[in-house]
Structures are given as structure tokens and as C-alpha cells.
Write a protein that binds this ligand. Sequence first.
Ligand code: NAP
Length: 254
Amino acid sequence: MSNALITGASSGIGYELARHFARKGHHVILVARQEEKLAQVADELRKRYQIDAQIISIDLSQPHAADEIFRWTREKSFTVDYLINNAGFYVKGSFTATSWDEEEKLIRLQCINHIRLAKLFLPDMIMKGAGGILNVCSTGSFVPGPYNAIYCAAKSFLLSFTEAVAEEVSGSGVTVTALCPGGTNTTFQDLNKRRGTFFFPIMDPARIAENGYNGLMNGKHLVVPGMANKMQVFMVRFIPRKIAARLSGFVSAK
Ligand SMILES: NC(=O)c1ccc[n+]([C@@H]2O[C@H](COP(=O)([O-])OP(=O)(O)OC[C@H]3O[C@@H](n4cnc5c(N)ncnc54)[C@H](OP(=O)(O)O)[C@@H]3O)[C@@H](O)[C@H]2O)c1
């Protein structure tokens, strides 16, 4: 049986990804800050799916967090067959008003530490000729995001990185996949305050997880779950970037 290491597994899409991997018979290593929540999830998955579930409570916005996780897996002799870089948060507001401290943490979490985890775990996967990495990006990866500037820039960075490495490793037996959800019903960005619309429906995190899992297992480089999100990502190619930025800013400012 293989091991999947999932960041941000204490809630939302990460929790659903953990459930989906466990349901399919993978052992899981769950990573996030809230130890108690992780322990509850691990307990639930062990009981329900008879798999092994380990937890690592760590703040991924801190320097060297990825190296600590790697060291932990080496000390316990765990191989990581699937790496799921999912943990994330959101800094909303005009760039001149937002907190640099929060933005620096966002960049460390969603860019540096996730990429560092890939750097550390990918070589073993390549050597075995099996396994994969799923990077959770966003439909925001495809557009500049006024009032979300750092978040969208970080997600664009992660998407570009993912597609580039996916191409580098193609034919090796290892898959690298970008999962790009749109609005999803989690605690993220206080979605309770946001209403879904025809163009921006809010999706169920379990469906996002299933789409991501299937895409990874089927060797896809890019997965955009849901028809409305697919249409949005397709149409944005034909809109001048300046207009796309204005529309995106209009939606974010609401
Ligand atoms: N929901 C959406 O509308 C949406 C849309 C597009 C993309 N996404 C992406 O989907 C991913 C998951 O988001 P979600 O919607 O599932 O949100 P969520 O329910 O808020 O979950 C975020 C997860 O990330 C973990 N996390 C946050 N900061 C962390 C840190 N510093 N160190 C370690 N773990 C940390 C949280 O756990 P702890 O608090 O326990 O650390 C939690 O498990 C994110 O990358 C997000 O950008 C979400």
C-alpha cells in the first residue's frame, strides 16, 4: 500500500482529499497546524477505512518547515508516494493596506514550502518510476487578482511551476498535477458571506477532492473541476489581461 502526505488536511478540501485517499486504500500522513483536529481526522480515517494515519502538526508558513517534514518521514522510515500540496489561506484587501507579515507567510506556505516539499520528495518517486504530486492551485491562477494580488500571484506561480515540472517528468511514471478549484464550500475566505451565482457556483469540497484524485491517478497535468470553472478558465484566454484584471477586481471587491 502507498502513502499519501496531504498538507492542510485538518479541514475543507484537504480533509476531503485525505478521506478520498483513505477510501481508495492509501495510508495517509496528515499535515496542518491544529493537532487536535488532525488527531480527530486520523482517528476517523483509521476506523472507517482500516488504513494507517499519521499526523504532523507544523506551521508551513515558517522557514524550514518542509525540511522538518522530510526529516520526520526519514526518521520514521515512511516513503511518500503521493504528495498533496493543499494548505493555503487568503489575504484580502488593497495591496497598500494588507499586512506584509501575512503576505510573507502566504508566500512561504503556498510557494516556498510546497515547492521545497516537491524538491525533497520527487527524486524518490522518479527513482521508483511511480507516484505523484498534486498541487492545489485555483481558478485565480489564470488571472491577475486585484484585492487578492499576492494570493493570485502565488497561485499563478504554483500553476506555472506545476505545469513545467509535469512536462519535465512526463514518461517517468510519475504524475505532477495542478488542481484548480473555483469557489468551494469551505471556511476559506469566509465563503459563508459569499453567494454562488450562475457564473461562480460554489462547489462541494468532496467533489473537488474526487476530481483532483482522479486527475492525478489518470496522469493529467491540469484539472479544473466543474463546468462553470472550466468555461471561465477557457474564456479568460480570449480576454485582454487588463480587462480580465478589472473583472477579477470587481468580483473580489464585492
Ligand atoms: N475554498 C475555495 O473557494 C478555494 C478556491 C480555490 C482554491 N482553494 C485552495 O484550496 C486549498 C484548501 O483550501 P480550503 O478551501 O480547503 O480552505 P480551509 O478549509 O481553510 O483549509 C485550509 C487548510 O490549510 C491549513 N493551513 C492553513 N495555514 C497553514 C499553515 N500556516 N501551516 C499549515 N497548514 C495550514 C489549515 O489547517 P490549520 O488551520 O490546522 O493549520 C487547513 O487544513 C488552498 O490552497 C486554497 O487556496 C480554495
